[in-house]
Design a protein around this ligand. Structure first.
Ligand code: SAH
Ligand code: SF4
Ligand code: F3S
Length: 470
């Protein structure tokens, strides 16, 4: 199989911009501003991709709107990580037959991770005739060309060829927030965890050049970003494919030395590749948030082996302990899967004991969902659903108690938080560790860092007041 990364040239991108011009001219000849709606499912990687789709749409003359009804273009940017996520997309896609019946000129597209699955694109081809185009993540950079073909030829378009993946610099981005910016540092994944569909739908790992990433960071800081989140499926293997001598820790250090008042976050770290150098770098720079999302998936070394995770319980715990030793205030979060095929009661209890040992601030918990085409989907799975539900509920109860306990320990502390929005009559802010705080204050504080004294805590969030008012 060809595994070479394709770098999209400026000439190729210019062809896309020429399509944007043709689309804009098409609408101005009709004498009106068209509208577009982009619905995003799944992870931050998809959020970042949707910002690019909106960037292209704006360049084509579209105004971005908040609902599908009446929009000239509707794009569903989908997630394939679990069966439930896919069912939701199919349900919502089916509902679009009604919006299209009321407005037959509407053009509907499906993209994102589900578009990379052959069975999905076939199903859409045959059973969802109201969908005008399907394109996988590899073809996102060609969206203007796809849209132009649909508009000018009135023919459905399927851009779904299986590719190792490309890197396209210079796609316009319409960012959702000026305050918090997503910056993708790499795409794809090489890990092939046995349960996971991502490597199949997003292709091989490929890193952006450090100078391109630094330039984007400079630009978003200049535009007012106070938080930059670096994105990749496995940020710790950043740079391995570039052979430039810059690893993830070096990249973090370089960004942390840029001028400006901002914090850097990143996700996701794979425990196998998380190094002491990374933790030392995090500890050394005040601009790197002391927050680490380090998915462990299971507390049992046997299950971890069956998942193809390439670390065991002991190595994981050793790394966490080192990270905590150099960053005493570290906020730790993680992902965990319950009910992996063959997981015994004892192995599940190992997961519980790991949670109790590490004391995570919060967890993203999932019940194993077989994904067609992945090795785990073929493994014998004799544990009944009710038993998996029971394990899941137990795990959530254990974690909720820990989250609440950690949150209660914040009460009385004063913390520097980024005020990022409003929730009813209170302002919302995030601690350096990413915990949500609600407090009273005037809207003019949104976008600034403030010292907030924590006064109350629940499992999920904190409440406080401005330190100056204590
Ligand atoms: N790249 C990240 C995670 C991406 S997916 C990493 O490696 O950590 C986010 C989370 O979804 C995973 O960490 C895993 O816990 C969960 N997940 C992935 N595939 C799943 C499946 N088939 N069933 C249940 N949960 C799954
Ligand atoms: Fe999926 Fe594993 Fe890659 Fe994460 S590291 S995206 S879980 S294959
Ligand atoms: Fe989902 Fe794709 Fe992200 S499968 S979790 S949107 S990488």
């Amino acid at each position: 199989m060809n595994t070479k990364t394709t770098v999209i040239s400026q000439a190729q991108l210019d062809e896309q911009f020429a399509c944007c011009d043709k689309i804009a001219a098409h609408w101005s000849a009709l004498g009106r501003t068209p509208t577009a709606y982009v619905e995003t499912y799944g992870c931050q990687q998809n959020e970042a991709d949707s910002e690019k789709l909106r960037g292209y749409l704006v360049q084509c003359g579209y105004a971005i709107v908040g609902r599908a009804e009446g929009a000239d273009v509707v794009i569903m940017n989908t997630c394939a990580i679990r069966e439930h996520a896919e069912q939701r997309v199919f349900g919502n896609l089916g509902a679009l037959t009604h919006t299209k019946r009321r407005y037959p000129e509407q053009r509907i597209f499906l993209c994102g991770c589900m578009a990379g699955e052959r069975n999905v694109s076939e199903r859409i081809k045959h059973s969802y005739p109201h969908v005008d185009g399907v394109f996988s993540t590899h073809h996102l950079w060609q969206f203007p060309e796809i849209l132009w073909k649909v508009l000018s030829k009135q023919k459905r378009q399927f851009y779904i060829t299986d590719e190792p993946g490309s890197i396209a610099e210079g796609i316009p981005q319409a960012r959702d927030s000026k305050l918090k910016a997503w910056v993708s540092i790499m795409y794809g994944c090489n890990n092939f965890c046995t349960y996971c569909i991502v490597p199949y739908v997003r292709g091989r790992e490929r890193s952006r050049k450090p100078e391109d990433i630094l330039n984007e960071c400079r630009q978003v800081i200049g535009d007012g970003a106070r938080e930059i989140t670096l994105l990749g499926q496995n940020v710790n293997s950043y740079g391995k494919d570039l052979n430039s001598g810059t690893d993830f820790a070096d990249l973090l250090a370089a960004i942390a030395q840029l001028p400006g008042d901002f914090l850097i976050r990143f996700m996701t770290s794979h425990p196998r590749d998380a190094s002491e150098k990374l933790f030392d770098t995090m500890a050394a720079y005040p601009k790197i948030a002391k927050q680490l999302h380090l998915p462990f998936q299971s507390g049992s070394s046997r299950v971890l082996k069956a998942m193809n995770r390439h670390y065991d319980r002991e190595t994981y715990l050793k790394k966490v302990n080192y990270a905590k030793s150099v960053m005493p205030d570290l906020v730790l979060t993680s992902d965990v899967i319950v009910g992996f095929p063959g997981e015994t009661e004892e192995e599940f209890e190992e997961t519980i004991s790991l949670i109790q040992q590490v004391h995570y601030d919060s967890l993203f918990t999932f019940i194993f969902s077989p994904r067609p085409g992945t090795p785990a989907a073929e493994m014998e799975d004799l544990t009944p659903r009710e038993e998996k539900n029971r394990r899941f509920d137990k795990l959530c109860a254990v974690q909720n108690a820990i989250s609440e306990q950690i949150h209660l320990s914040y009460v009385g502390k004063t913390m520097r938080c980024l005020v990022d929005g409003k929730d009813k009559d209170l302002l919302t802010a995030r601690t350096e560790g990413g915990r949500l705080v609600r407090f009273p204050g005037c809207d003019s504080l949104i976008g600034s860092y403030q010292n907030i004294t924590i006064q109350g805590a629940t499992t999920w969030s904190l409440t406080g007041i401005l330190a100056e008012n204590v």
